[in-house]
Write a protein of this length. Structure first.
Lengths: 115, 116
């Protein structure tokens, strides 16, 4: 089936540094998402993105977070600067967006460890 | 806000036994909820197992079934006879039918281990 690829699978970074998480969504999809899952907790919505713009973001999507998809390439999540509480697994997803019951396709996640 | 509550794991059953993972939802901001079960097999990404968009209907896939019950706000996942390959983490999720690209609200996940 369709695949969403996330690169890298694990990233370790020092607090205060910048990190960019990369996502290669399904090729004809129009909507893109990031979810965050802290160890032992529920997977929570961060942001969705369509037509070059953020449509909706949660309270977890702090000012230090930004997303973009320049020229239809990777969909990225940038955190600048990172904080200890940003340690989590970040899941990217994409969807076609025109159906009544959207199926989101998820990547395997990037585990971010902030030291 | 919207929320999903599901059976806390881990759940361990023996092969060929029956399984039920409970899921209840609260859709305070969604007029027409869609309901989903996603599954994550070891080492893989989350993938859709089944979905139902109309209250009263049942979805099924790979021997699993779930019925969208609007009266009890439930979407329990059932299987009559599990296999070892069903060992995975199962997530119940809630979406919005009328909002393309809408976020999903997930339950906490239920880790299932099937003993051979």
């Amino acid at each position: 089936g369709p695949k969403v690829l996330q690169i890298p699978s694990h990233q370790i970074i020092d607090m205060g540094q910048m990190v960019t998480l990369n996502c290669d969504p399904v090729s004809n999809h129009l909507y893109f998402y990031w979810y965050k899952q802290i160890l032992g907790q529920q997977m929570e919505f961060l942001v969705n993105f369509y037509n070059g713009k953020v449509m909706e973001k949660s309270k977890l999507f702090k000012d230090q977070f930004s997303v973009e998809r320049p020229d239809g390439s990777y969909f990225t999540l940038k955190i600048q600067p990172t904080a200890l509480e940003d340690s989590a697994v970040y899941f990217c997803a994409s969807s076609w967006g025109l159906g009544r019951a959207e199926t989101l396709y998820f990547g395997s996640g990037t585990r971010l460890t902030v030291l | 806000g919207d929320s999903v509550t599901q059976t806390e794991g881990p759940v361990t059953v023996s092969e060929s036994e029956s399984l039920i993972i409970n899921c209840t939802y609260s859709a305070t901001s969604i007029a027409y909820p869609n309901l989903f079960w996603y599954v994550r097999y070891p080492g893989e990404g989350l993938q859709l197992l089944l979905k139902v968009i109309t209250a009263g209907q049942k979805g099924s896939s790979r021997g699993f079934e779930a019925t969208y019950n609007k009266e009890t706000t439930s979407f329990h996942l059932q299987k009559a006879s599990v296999q070892e390959s069903d060992s995975a983490v199962y997530y119940c999720a809630l979406g919005d039918r009328n909002n393309a690209g809408a976020k999903l609200t997930f339950g906490g996940g239920t880790r299932l281990t099937v003993r051979p």
